[in-house]
Design a protein around this ligand. Sequence first.
Ligand SMILES: Cc1ncc(COP(=O)(O)O)c(C=O)c1O
Length: 450
Amino acid sequence: MPFGRLFRGKQQPKPESEPEEAVVDDATVAEEEPDVGDVPPEWDETGEDIDRSWRTRARDVLPGGTSTGSKGPDALYGKGNDSGPTHYIRASGCRLTTPNEVTLIDCTMALGAVSLGYGDERVLRAAIAGAASGNVAGLAHTAEVELAERLCDVIPCAEQVRFLKSGADAVSAAVRLARTATGRNTVVGCGYFGWHDWSSSSPGVPDSVRAGFQAVPFDDIAALDAACRNSGRDLAAVVLEPVIERLPSPEWVAAARGLCDELGAVLVFDELKTGFRLARGGYQELSGVTPDLAAFGKAMANGFPLAAVVGKRAVMDAANQTWISSTLAGESMSIGAALAVLQIYDSEDEDVCNSLGRVGAAMRESVQSAVNASGIDGVTVAGLDQMWFLRFDDPRVERQFLEVSVAEGVLFKRGAYNYAALAHDEEETLVEIERAASSAFVAIVDGESE
Ligand SMILES: Cc1ncc(COP(=O)(O)O)c(C=O)c1O
């Protein structure tokens, strides 16, 4: 394919907002719209580009074309970029299949929700058994108790557990518990905690709610100290996403623990990304710093909808004074999936989180080799092995890279993490990742030199 021709686009700067869960935090970038007019798409017998038709249909009935911000066309490929498939019909291992029967290696692994692989048979069987047991009823299923007991075994801060459905639910519940337990309002936080009002700066959040939350920069002890002390006797909680692009300094986390102890506030770790990925028990297991509460989800149920707020009995007890409840919180399909995940993490020969690190390192090396071989400038491979990302100095290059690599069969994440899964652990997959990245970088370099 004459890649060089893809990228001689007309100059058309456009503003763009990053999705909130993006790794990068620059809000606005100008982009160039590529001219893809001369590239033949895949057509069906009626002359319709099947993958593109789903994008059009989705845009019509779903604002932004999706219910998950990071899966919208703009988030996947850059604002106004019409290239690349937006929908899939099947996923297995680390591969997904588009409606046009194109198979892609997926490096995004559902925003980190899947650490084993899509459709892992052991998890699927447990989930189906859970669903077949009735899934929900007028009483709670015994599996809910079993999973709570297991989580208390493996997560350092966990003495009690409440299940919910999304990460946003679980972190919001932690904040509700902290406010109830302390009788205070102010929350100081660093990270992305989901879309709920308490931490969001999006339109539609009342100013009075915003006033209760103060965001602080990652790994900045002075800013954390000032924000906590300025909150005076109203500090209810410090909520940290403990890893943002890199591990924090131990001093920052120790400062958070110390400030909470000194000021009588609750320390919360948001372990949505780090739990069952850096270590089963998350960052707290790695660091040895134990928060009072923590939120888990994503990889915990390998893609089934389950999240949990866990923590010290004294703080969790606030659940008896306030109201945290959801109709389907304990449905046994997802609980069954999470029990299977725990069993797999227990029984694999190599520690699953170590394996994720090893596989992620190999994925990164594949892409780094492609960067080196092409001689391209302004592209960095960074992050932790289990959750790594690509950084592009020029957003137009990022866009071109994503466009060509997906045409070459690999879906990389734009502006956020690529997540390693056990399912990537195959020589053939790693070779494919390197080949697609290489094709993309070479095409970009060739295009620039034309
Ligand atoms: C650290 C963190 N917390 C909370 C959330 C929100 O989780 P959910 O999208 O399941 O509501 C996310 C989602 O990406 C996250 O990464």
